[in-house]
Write a protein that binds this ligand. Structure first.
Ligand SMILES: Cc1cc2nc3c(=O)[nH]c(=O)nc-3n(C[C@H](O)[C@H](O)[C@H](O)COP(=O)(O)OP(=O)(O)OC[C@H]3O[C@@H](n4cnc5c(N)ncnc54)[C@H](O)[C@@H]3O)c2cc1C
Length: 399
């Protein structure tokens, strides 16, 4: 008898010789460009910003790697791109400035934007000097993205956008935002707590009536207000959009297709190795500090390394799915969910195993302090565990 449950398949994948040759090239580039990095710098993972470094990556062809050459890409495979990202993350290379544009804004434009607009902006991204921010979350809408209130109405030969976005990473340096907004203003925001399905009480689809726009961040009417994170850093912002005019050509895809597009964008956002590697440097510090005579260390760190290795294989499997043109949305949600769990477990384990020895090991102490204070964000950014598990359950036919 069929249970109706769909199997979750992440086919293992090997990286191959071309990838390993590229890995050597990336390592030697990183050594030359970054020199010896401190453990704390490496612990930053993908949070460091250096616009010169981003431009150098652009010159090497390591931004927009899988895009067509006609739009400034390098036509590398998804596996080759994986290797470059993995090396950048392991080194804690300062890649944050261009990360969002390379990871998700460019691919979104490539897939949904009109040819002319996509062509112009993609080549700018690939040069490493044009950065993007994600305009999805709002003060009352995070997990429940369908309850956003920011609206776009037609006006002056284009669109006029009014509302606000929050937790907008890198808005202070972004040239563009891709904003998810409501274009069917007859449908008012309905909270998911009021309804349990996609249909609102009067039968309308609560996922209908949204669109995405490319917004030039220098447009009149935009205010970027910094928000400091727990580390005291200015990483994200609240962005106010007060009657911001955008031309018609900046509508991405079709009016009303915003939900389909934003869910595709989120699947890309969750698919990379940054979703399990954020605490890598701390794990390495722990392995160095481990006492080989201590059984507690052997068991806990052995398990940790095995989990990390399994996640890496799954993450490479997702790159393989992308290389084959398969849709990795459900599998990527599993890696993001389990990856963020592991990223958060590592600082907890470090406290447990080495808490009484920190005074003697300044490197471990500094990296632990940084990772611990970053870790609350690991399960929030890119989707919380409850939301990811809902996607996984739906993808497996369980709900
Ligand atoms: C470092 C960082 C960077 C970010 N960058 C950006 C960015 O650049 N652009 C952007 O748009 N957003 C960004 N975000 C916002 C991020 O996408 C949201 O934090 C996330 O979607 C969760 O939304 P929320 O914070 O409003 O929490 P809420 O949605 O209020 O969730 C709070 C808790 O309730 C749970 N919950 C919510 N709904 C359900 C449900 N239906 N069933 C069960 N449990 C539920 C959640 O799992 C969570 O535990 C960033 C967040 C962080 C931490």
């Amino acid at each position: 008898m069929s249970s109706g449950i769909q199997a979750l398949d992440i086919t293992p994948c090997t990286l191959g010789e071309r990838c390993e040759t590229l890995r050597k090239e990336v390592r030697s580039f990183l050594r030359e460009e970054l020199g010896e990095r401190t453990a704390l710098q490496r612990a930053e993972s993908w949070m460091g910003v250096d616009e010169d470094f981003s431009r150098k990556l652009g010159e090497r062809g390591w931004i927009g790697m899988v895009w067509p050459r006609s739009v400034g890409g390098g036509e590398f495979s998804a596996l080759e791109r994986y290797v470059v990202l993995e090396e950048m993350l392991a080194a804690g290379a300062p890649v944050q400035a261009h990360w969002v544009a390379d990871r998700q804004s460019g691919p979104l434009l490539l897939r949904f934007a009109p040819d002319t607009l996509a062509r112009r902006v993609l080549s700018e991204i690939a040069r490493g000097d044009t950065y993007f921010c994600i305009g999805m979350s709002e003060p009352d809408s995070g997990s429940d993205l369908a309850s956003i209130r920011t609206k776009a109405v037609r006006g002056d030969g284009g669109w006029i956008i009014r509302g606000s976005k929050i937790w907008t990473t890198g808005a202070q340096r972004a040239r563009y935002m891709i904003a998810f907004v409501r274009t069917d203003v007859s449908a008012t925001a309905v909270s998911a707590t009021a309804v349990s399905t996609a249909a609102v009480p009067d039968g309308r689809d609560r996922h209908a009536g949204f669109s995405q726009f490319l917004i030039d961040m220098s447009s009149p009417g935009i205010t970027v207000q910094p928000i400091r994170n727990m580390l005291g850093e200015h990483e994200f912002n609240e962005v106010f959009l007060e009657d911001v005019w955008v031309p018609e050509e900046n509508l991405i895809g079709q009016q009303g297709d915003g939900w389909k597009q934003v869910t595709a964008e989120l699947a890309i956002e969750r698919s990379g190795p940054e979703r399990y590697m954020s605490s890598t440097e701390l794990m390495l510090e722990m392995l160095q500090a481990a006492d080989v005579e201590d059984d507690r260390h052997a068991v806990a760190l052995g398990r940790l390394v095995a989990d990390y290795g399994a996640l890496r294989q799954m993450s490479i499997g997702i790159a393989g799915m992308l290389a084959r043109g398969d849709n990795p949305a459900v599998a990527a949600s599993v890696v993001k969910d389990q990856g963020a769990r592991l990223e958060k477990l590592i600082p907890e384990l470090a406290q447990d195993l080495f808490g009484d020895k920190l005074a003697l090991n300044s490197s471990l102490r500094e990296v632990l302090s940084y990772t611990l204070r970053s870790s609350p964000s690991f399960t929030l950014r890119g989707g919380t565990p409850e939301i990811l598990r809902g996607i996984i359950a739906r993808g497996m036919g369980l709900r």
